[in-house]
Ligand binder design. Structure first.
Ligand SMILES: O=C(O)CCC(=O)C1=CC=C[C@@H](O)[C@@H]1C(=O)O
Ligand SMILES: [Mg+2]
Length: 367
């Protein structure tokens, strides 16, 4: 397969409601879509999932554009590729910039699967025909607004609720949720808002039979998570701390977590995500697939990834209509009774709606 053209688009779509975490709020989502064309005219799509500001990882929409335009696209253009797994190797000389790499790598996977006339999830080695999904609910102005969101999610069939916590909005909040919803599978994500000085607070969270506490400590930290995990019975889930297979090796050796939130965007693409999945499966670390408030294109890649056998816990890949008035794909990612069903169409399995793609494109570059 020969990559003959790459198109880069900067998109701007507004979410139905703001999504707030311990670090900030997003409603207007500026992200990238990458189109990769092979010599037969197959077009693969990928999504640059970084946010506009570097509060989740160090990357931004602007840095992704720069890295793809100046470094990644020149590496791939007019290059013969046997298999998408090679892309990770080609990109090795470029340090980090995982979300930029993932956007391009995912697009190559989509084009490759379309070339084979196979759905991406099968090409990746997935075995699940349907995947369980939960919902991630941002911080709300009041607890009663949070209850409304949880009620709506449960009514929509989501079987697992993730809420955001931050200092001052943690033990009381989780206690209140637990009193109202004693049996709902529940987890809390701190997005790195705590330090080991908060041990007392974090220990108190053990009382609420949470499925896990996601990324309580520093974004690049594994060692302190290991110290914390020794003090807690609730499993720690690492999100921001994991950028690569090697990070997972470290986390396993240090016993830094019981669970990993795998996001293809955060680890440089689907190949690295798959390797992490295999490693975790081997070592008894649970994995689930996270989300980046992405459009249907990024979501479709996450859904395909989740079809791998080790993704036994519900992911964060809520349906398109949870965030968007209209999505870039037809049909939308649809959740029925808490499950997304795999599609049989080639590639990502969803058709990109070119009219809507153009409608939300603010900048476009052909390489
Ligand atoms: O995409 C989704 O539905 C999940 C959203 C979500 O929880 C997150 C997306 C992006 C950054 C974070 O705020 C958060 C996470 O940490 O997983
Ligand atoms: Mg998280």
């Amino acid at each position: 397969m020969r990559i003959e053209k790459i198109v880069l688009r900067e998109m701007n779509m507004t979410m139905k409601a703001p999504f707030t975490t311990s670090f900030g709020s997003v409603q207007e989502k500026r992200f990238l879509i990458v189109e990769v064309y092979d010599e037969l005219g197959n077009c693969g799509y990928g999504e640059g999932e970084a946010f506009e500001a570097p509060w989740y990882t160090e990357e931004t929409t602007a840095t992704c554009w720069h890295i793809i335009e100046s470094f990644l696209a020149p590496i791939l253009l007019n290059r013969d590729i046997e298999h998408p797994r090679e892309v990770t190797q080609f990109f090795k000389p470029i340090r980090r910039n995982m979300m930029a790499k993932s956007a391009v790598e995912c697009a190559v996977w989509d084009a490759y699967a379309k070339r084979l006339d196979e759905p991406l999830w099968k090409v990746l080695g997935g075995t699940r025909e349907k995947i369980a999904v939960g919902v991630s609910i941002g911080l709300q102005p009041t607890t009663s607004q949070l209850y409304d969101k949880i009620d709506a999610a449960l009514e929509d069939g989501y079987g697992r609720i993730k809420v955001k916590i931050k200092p001052g909005n943690d033990v009381q909040l989780i206690r209140a949720i637990r009193e109202r919803y004693p049996d709902v599978p529940l987890m809390a994500d701190a997005n790195s808002a705590y330090t080991l000085d908060d041990m007392d607070i974090l220990r108190q969270l053990d009382a609420f039979h949470l499925m896990m506490i996601e990324q309580p400590l520093g974004a690049d930290d594994i060692l302190n998570h290991a110290k914390l995990q020794k003090e807690l019975t609730t499993p720690i889930c690492l999100d921001e701390s994991i950028h690569s297979y090697e990070d997972v090796v470290t986390a396993i050796e240090l016993r830094g977590c019981g669970v990993i939130n795998v996001k293809q965007a955060r680890v440089g693409g689907l190949e690295e995500a798959r390797r992490i999945h295999d490693l975790c499966l081997h070592h008894g670390i649970k994995v689930w697939c996270g989300g980046m408030l992405e459009s249907g294109i990024g979501r479709a890649h996450a859904v395909a990834l989740t079809s791998l056998e080790g993704f036994t816990m519900p992911g964060d890949t809520a349906g398109s209509d949870h965030y968007w008035y209209e999505d870039l794909i037809d049909p939308i990612v649809d959740v029925e009774g808490g499950y997304v069903h795999m599609k049989d169409a080639p590639g990502i399995g969803y058709k990109v709606n070119r009219e809507r793609l153009d409608k939300y494109t603010e900048r476009k570059l052909e390489l």
